[in-house]
Write a protein that binds this ligand. Structure first.
Ligand code: NAP
Ligand code: MG
Length: 477
């Protein structure tokens, strides 16, 4: 069977590129999902110009139009959820249940922002000058570039594109080269939903070429990026140089604190979920399990027994609990970190490469870890969790906060006093009490502190802070 080609969406038309690249299924490297455009800077410039041309009409359109388009996008994603969820698992490697769950989430995000398009109010008040009124309103920013990672191939494009469109911006989306299929379908659905030509554009290809071309384009007003801290810093420098607004969501090294009074079963459950589900490839993954000494040995024993029993396999098999690592390169990096951890004095339990048609790796527990080890400080982004022994709550909090990152932080305890203290003092954008560090709602803000995030929060009503600019008007009759 001929492999299908997938083009860019530019100005409402499917636009071929000069080159294409394969989209490989990480569960089965013989399975080529399709040939996806590997675009050039010329393609990117054309998309930005299409977005610019569409901007005045879209920004000034009735919010009813924006509501209706977004609402239809939400409905179509829901209609196609089995196909999209299956495709997501096939191209990214999370389990089918996770793939369909993420697809449903993308639908909910569009439906939520359909409502937000209508709710964009402002303020009116008296001036300090008699006879003058002051109005404060929000307006679209303009053309926004969205650059997304591979690990949530439909939810992250959705949580950036939906608010961008709801508030009247035009979009150029550059998805991760490893997972373009979900974004291609999102573009197809946005077109099918009746979005005017040029309002939403898709340009696929590598970050170093088209990603950078998008960031450096003077006709782009803002960039919203999710990905690694290294690329984020580069984008920040480029955006600052050209005077664009930017928003960055980056990595994590998220702590899960287990106090002596924790419900042990629950603590193991949330740790298994937070560390290993979605193959540990979540920015909110619990990569540092910080465990108080009285509960430590029993916790470790149960954690290892549960982790080694997790069924690793093809993402599309119903029995699979942990899918493959996303790529050969990522798997080799994960294995490299296990060597580093061993050299640093950890006992590495599990983590070996498994035979099969894909990039399979058994979940790994790094016992006897300390917080100063490289494996405890650098984001690994795989099914690997360090277990760090501490004396008590105060030490646990200080270890939890001793990191460059600050995305999510969790605690398992039955003590309201400790839970409350942790909620107040954890230096993270999100705190979870007796819940996994990963797993968030879509109607409330998402984001972190320190090296994890920069700029306004994403998601929920707070998303408007990035995708709108404020205008203050003074009026007298
Ligand atoms: P990445 O390598 O930083 O890539 C992210 C995106 O940036 C991709 O689309 C990439 O293109 C593009 N890119 C690469 N270099 C670029 C450049 N010079 N200019 C402009 N764009 C460029 O991250 P990843 O490996 O895809 O994803 C994993 C990372 O994402 C982890 O660090 C994880 O923590 C983070 N993440 C954070 C959150 C959050 O909300 N905090 C959520 C999910 C993931 P390519 O297609 O060529 O790679
Ligand atoms: Mg990458």
């Amino acid at each position: 069977m001929a492999v299908q080609r997938f083009d860019n969406l530019i100005g409402g038309q499917w636009a071929p590129a000069d080159a294409y690249s394969r989209n490989i299924n990480p569960s089965d490297v013989e399975d080529n999902i399709g040939e996806f455009a590997s675009s050039s800077n010329t393609d990117m410039d054309a998309a930005v110009e299409a977005a610019r041309s569409a901007f005045p009409a879209w920004a000034n359109a009735s919010p009813q139009l924006r509501h209706d388009v977004l609402h239809r996008v939400g409905e179509i994603i829901m209609r196609d959820k089995e196909m999209l969820g299956t495709l997501l698992s096939r191209e990214e490697g999370k389990t089918l249940a996770e793939g369909i769950g993420e697809t449903v989430r993308a639908s909910q995000i569009f439906t939520f922002f359909a409502g937000e398009a209508l709710r964009l109010g402002g303020e009116i008040g008296p001036s300090v000058r008699p006879g003058v009124d002051v109005m404060v309103e929000r307006q679209a920013v303009g053309v926004v570039g969205l650059i997304t990672p591979w690990n949530f191939p439909i939810a992250i494009p959705a949580w950036k594109a939906a608010p961008a469109l709801a508030f009247g911006n035009c979009v150029v989306l550059k998805p991760a080269e490893l997972t373009p299929a979900c974004s291609w379908h999102l573009a197809r659905i946005i077109k099918e939903a009746g979005c005017p030509d040029g309002v939403f554009n898709l340009v696929m290809g590598s970050g170093k070429t088209v990603g950078q071309a998008l960031v450096e384009n003077d006709r782009v007003d803002g960039v919203s990026f999710t990905g690694s801290a290294g690329v984020g810093r580069q984008i920040a420098t480029n955006c600052a140089a050209s005077g664009k607004r930017f928003q960055l969501e980056m990595g994590g090294k998220n702590p899960m604190v287990i106090l002596d009074d924790a419900d042990l079963e629950l603590a193991v459950d949330v740790s298994i979920n937070g560390a290993f589900f979605s193959t540990g490839q979540r920015c909110t993954a619990s990569s540092r399990l910080i465990v108080c000494e009285q509960i430590h040995d029993e916790f470790l024993e149960r954690l290892v027994s549960r982790a080694s029993a997790l069924r690793v396999g093809n993402a599309l098999d119903q029995d699979t609990q942990v899918g493959p690592v996303v790529s050969e390169e990522q798997l080799n990096q994960n294995l490299g970190y296990l060597d580093i951890a061993r050299d640093e004095g950890c006992e590495v339990i599990g983590g070996e490469r498994l035979d099969g048609s894909g990039h399979f790796q058994r979940p790994a527990v790094l016992a006897r870890a300390t917080n100063d080890m490289r494996s405890s400080r650098e984001e690994i982004f795989g099914p690997i969790a360090s277990v760090i022994r501490v004396g008590g709550y105060d030490e646990a909090l200080s270890v939890a906060n001793d990191t460059d990152f600050g995305l999510s932080a969790g605690i398992c305890t039955r003590s309201l006093a400790h839970a409350t203290h942790f909620r107040k003092h954890a230096r993270a954008g999100m705190v979870m009490v007796n819940l996994p560090t990963a797993g968030v709602d879509y109607h409330v803000p998402f984001g972190g502190t320190k090296a994890s995030s920069h700029g306004p929060r994403e998601q929920g009503t707070y998303a408007r802070d990035f995708y709108t600019t404020i205008k203050t008007s003074y009026i007298t009759a």
